[in-house]
Design a protein around this ligand. Structure first.
Ligand code: PBG
Length: 345
């Protein structure tokens, strides 16, 4: 008797597969394209896509972002062209993020309040040229502060209430420029309620709030910080305001709070590593729920595809479908126009 005999004794009464499964064979419905189509549970459509774009001052200006191949910062005139393309592809909304000239950044991010900052000019230009596309603005200070934080920094502390007042005022400026949805991403306490009040008092009852309800203190934002020019500025980390990636009960409490304060839509960020959070929030709250497939996720897929290690197109579509399966109603993704083209055939 050798050692293999001991490990694999002959089984005199091995069961047949039919005996094991009770004749249930799940592969039956997978046997052909028509039957797979028939039983498919989730589907990605162009209606699910929100396209984040980066805008910068200037004219006819396009600046590549090295860690996000295929993504560029665009001057307002070119952003309008991209919005036209997005509308033609059927993409329902775009989300804008600014690169602010370094000379315009300060301790409190005051330039965010300017009616003429690049975000507000982009909104006006896009809504004038392509009124049918939704414009979502990032009500966040980080591209505007000299330290790259999303809050006002006093003696090394991100001060909550002063930041909330600033973000609420910024939201009104964005609504005045024509934003359809404002999306505060700073995770300060009380920001949703304060923004709702400020919008309502200014007569913007119809401007919606997409809450970055659960934003994790994540390393997946790396390439974004190059895109908005905060990578070299940021001192320390954002752990005093974003959620610990280890926590999910806290994500529920955060989201519950934002909904109570008046959030119209909730979002989870980053995307793929946090599908469990999306599922839990959708089940718990039944709210319009969105995922943000962030810059680092985009970069990883692009890098592996560029090396020929994965089929980039298939991984892109599979990753987007995964958000639907996790319960999301839509996805903010830098892949939006590419996915839309593929979906259109
Ligand atoms: C900050 C903000 C971040 C992103 C969008 N807005 C992250 C951060 O620097 O904290 C990340 C988006 C991405 O990585 O694609 N307000």
């Amino acid at each position: 008797m050798n050692r293999f005999d001991r490990m694999t004794p002959a089984h005199p009464a091995a069961r047949s597969v039919d005996e094991i499964t009770g004749s249930r064979r799940l592969r039956r419905m997978r046997k052909a394209p028509w039957s797979r189509r028939l039983v498919q549970e989730n589907r990605l459509t162009v209606d699910d896509l929100i396209w984040p774009i980066f805008v910068v001052d200037g004219e006819n200006r396009r600046e590549p972002i090295s860690a996000m191949p295929g993504v560029e910062r665009l001057s307002v005139d070119l952003a309008v062209k991209e919005a036209e393309t997005a509308a033609r592809l059927g993409i329902p909304a775009i989300a804008t993020f600014p690169y602010i000239d370094l000379t315009l950044r300060d301790e409190t991010g005051s330039h965010i309040l300017s009616a003429d900052n690049v975000i507000n000019r982009a909104t006006r230009a896009i809504k004038a040229a392509v009124p049918e596309i939704g414009v979502i603005t990032d009500a966040a200070l980080d591209p505007f502060t000299s330290h790259g934080h999303d809050g006002i920094l006093r003696d090394g502390i991100i001060v909550n209430d002063e930041t909330v007042a600033q973000v609420a005022a910024a939201s009104v400026a964005q609504a005045e420029a024509g934003a359809d949805i404002v999306a505060p991403s700073d995770m300060m306490d009380g920001r949703i309620g304060a923004i709702r009040d400020a919008l309502d008092q200014a007569g913007f009852q119809d401007v919606a709030i997409m809450s970055y309800a659960t934003k994790f203190a994540s390393a997946f934002y790396g390439p974004y910080r190059e895109a908005v020019g905060t990578a070299g500025l940021l001192k320390g980390d954002k752990k005093t305001y974003y959620i610990d990636p280890a926590n999910s009960a806290e994500a529920i409490r955060e989201t519950e709070q934002d909904i109570a304060e008046g959030a119209d839509m909730i979002m989870v960020k980053p995307g793929l590593p946090y599908l469990d959070i999306m599922r839990v929030l959708k089940d718990e709250f039944q709210m319009p729920t969105f995922a943000y497939q962030v810059s680092g996720e985009y970069a990883m897929i692009e890098a592996a595809a560029a090396n020929g290690w994965i089929d980039g197109e298939r991984v892109m579509m599979e990753s987007l479908l995964a958000f639907k399966r996790a319960g999301c109603d839509g996805i903010l993704t830098y892949f939006a126009p590419r996915a839309a083209r593929l979906l259109a055939g």
